[in-house]
Write a protein that binds this ligand. Structure first.
Ligand SMILES: C[S@@+](CC[C@H](N)C(=O)[O-])C[C@H]1O[C@@H](n2cnc3c(N)ncnc32)[C@H](O)[C@@H]1O
Length: 457
């Protein structure tokens, strides 16, 4: 879906142009498409270069306030406007909500005044023949919001979906799972994730690389003792500004994800299976940590080449295979593995701060379907672990159906499995992390993950 430019009489570097394109992206997500894929399509051409950053920024912001914007709009109009007008209004609300401090997000990189947002939203609808009729409506709705912002927002946010900006089923599920932390978990998912780096320990140390970053004028700090290779940047920068990125000195990876290779504890010479491997983030870390005979398995032929590309940049090697982890007969050579990492497909509910569209794309029924698939993968892979070998089950989910429930089920059905120490449920980020029972977290800034580790007797 390319951005429909032809009818548009707006400069590509104007906010109106970006609002028009971001509105199309928002509507594509409403129709079920994933935001990164839509943005790649819409902002792909050369003509979009000037607008790309702004379109992306606005569309991501809109995902984090979609239900608030919908509720504000429903209160402002008698009948719903056509999708493109609706989309422009939602994107304009996203910028105005940010500037009002009504939501917990940093100001846009290019902060716009309220006046500019309204003016450019009007220009965006005026620039298309089919939406030009709505100029007055857009102007009136946004000005009315600015006049009575606090009252309108308080009224709209009476509805929990508009208050939290998640579907009701998601709010209910988080509340049921984490009765003491549900608000912090939902709020954490509405923040912007930091850019976290993983330093290639074969080539340098986190401390030394931090100095290199500082010399390049890039601020950052060590993420914590549990993740010795991780550096959290003070402000995100494009990867091409990271010294040595293209030479494999450093990679981008959330600090929660960096626990995987360390927990698996593979040592030189071990035969290791990384069973759901693309794009190869954890594969790379495993190989940075030890010399391994590593098979990286991935079911998607489209995604598998990304493993090879990532390893090439890191100057590391694995045997990349395309196959289904639930059906090893098609790809396994029969030789058992000393370590198996199963980073299974899941709801991705732990990484919504990086992928804020996920909450609008998932359905409640997806969780049971994913849990069933995870069990198929777990059962099949366990047979591949050598006696005395270890198995690490990972999801980037915050739902117990994909986490602790699965670990307990697994212990129940596999008499030769001994559960070892592992973080269990790591709730995403900051205040959400809580110690005790199955929930751990150092308070550092990470996404939501679940880790369970098993030894094969
Ligand atoms: C959570 S992602 C893995 C992320 C990866 N481990 C990393 O750290 O970069 C899950 C991956 O598993 C793949 N996948 C899904 N079902 C699979 C299956 N049955 N067998 C193998 N791979 C599968 C998906 O295509 C996806 O690339």
């Amino acid at each position: 879906m390319r951005h429909r430019l032809s009818a548009l009489q707006l400069a590509p570097d104007s906010l109106g142009f970006a609002l028009d394109a971001a509105a199309q992206a928002v509507n594509a997500v409403r129709a079920g498409a994933s935001l990164p894929a839509v943005l790649a399509d819409i902002t792909g051409g050369d003509k979009m270069a000037a607008a790309r950053g702004a379109v992306q920024d606005i569309a991501y912001r809109a995902m984090r306030v979609l239900a608030t914007a919908d509720a504000l709009l429903a209160r402002s109009v008698r009948k719903p406007p056509p999708p493109q007008v609706d989309g422009v209004l939602v994107c304009a609300f996203a910028l105005l909500l940010n500037s009002s401090g009504a939501i917990t997000e940093r100001a846009p990189e290019h902060a716009y005044s309220d006046f500019t947002v309204v003016d450019q939203a009007v220009s965006a609808v005026a620039a298309r023949r089919e939406t030009a009729f709505a100029k007055g409506l857009v102007n009136a709705v946004l000005r009315n919001f600015l006049r009575s912002r606090d009252t309108l927002l308080a009224e709209a946010q009476q509805d929990p979906t508009a208050r939290w900006n998640y579907p009701q089923w998601w709010i209910d599920a988080v509340r049921a799972a984490w009765p003491d932390d549900w608000e912090a978990v939902l709020a954490a998912g509405n923040t912007r994730a930091p850019l976290t780096l993983r330093v290639n320990r074969r080539r340098t140390t986190a401390n030394d690389y931090l100095r290199v970053l500082n010399e390049a004028g890039i601020g950052g700090s060590l993420a914590g003792a549990e993740v010795p290779d991780a550096i959290v940047l003070t402000r995100p920068v494009p990867v091409d500004r990271l010294p040595g990125f293209f030479d494999g000195i450093v990679s981008v990876q959330d600090s929660g994800a960096q626990r995987a290779a360390l927990l698996l504890g593979a040592t030189d010479g071990m035969r290791v299976l990384d069973a759901c491997a693309a794009p190869g983030g954890k594969t790379g870390h495993l190989l940075e940590c030890a010399d391994l005979d590593l098979v990286a398995l991935e079911s998607s032929a489209e995604r598998a080449p990304r493993i090879t590309e990532n390893l090439r940049r890191l100057q590391l090697e694995a045997l990349v295979k395309i196959g289904d982890a639930a059906h090893p007969n098609y790809w396994w050579d029969g030789k058992p593995f000393d370590r198996v990492l199963a980073d299974v497909p899941c709801s991705a509910s732990g990484i919504v701060r990086r992928h804020p569209d996920i909450r609008w794309l998932r359905r409640a029924s997806d969780i049971a379907a994913l849990a069933a698939e995870q069990q198929r993968i777990l059962e099949a892979l366990w047979k591949l672990v050598a006696p005395g070998g270890e198995f690490l089950y990972v999801t980037c989910s915050i739902f117990p159906e994909e986490g602790e429930d699965q670990a307990r089920w697994f212990e129940g059905v596999q008499p030769d499995a001994v559960r070892l120490d592992a973080p269990g449920q790591m709730l995403p980020s900051v205040a959400a992390a809580r110690t005790g029972s199955a929930v751990t977290g150092s308070g550092s800034n990470h996404d939501g993950f679940f880790y369970a580790r098993f030894l094969k007797r």
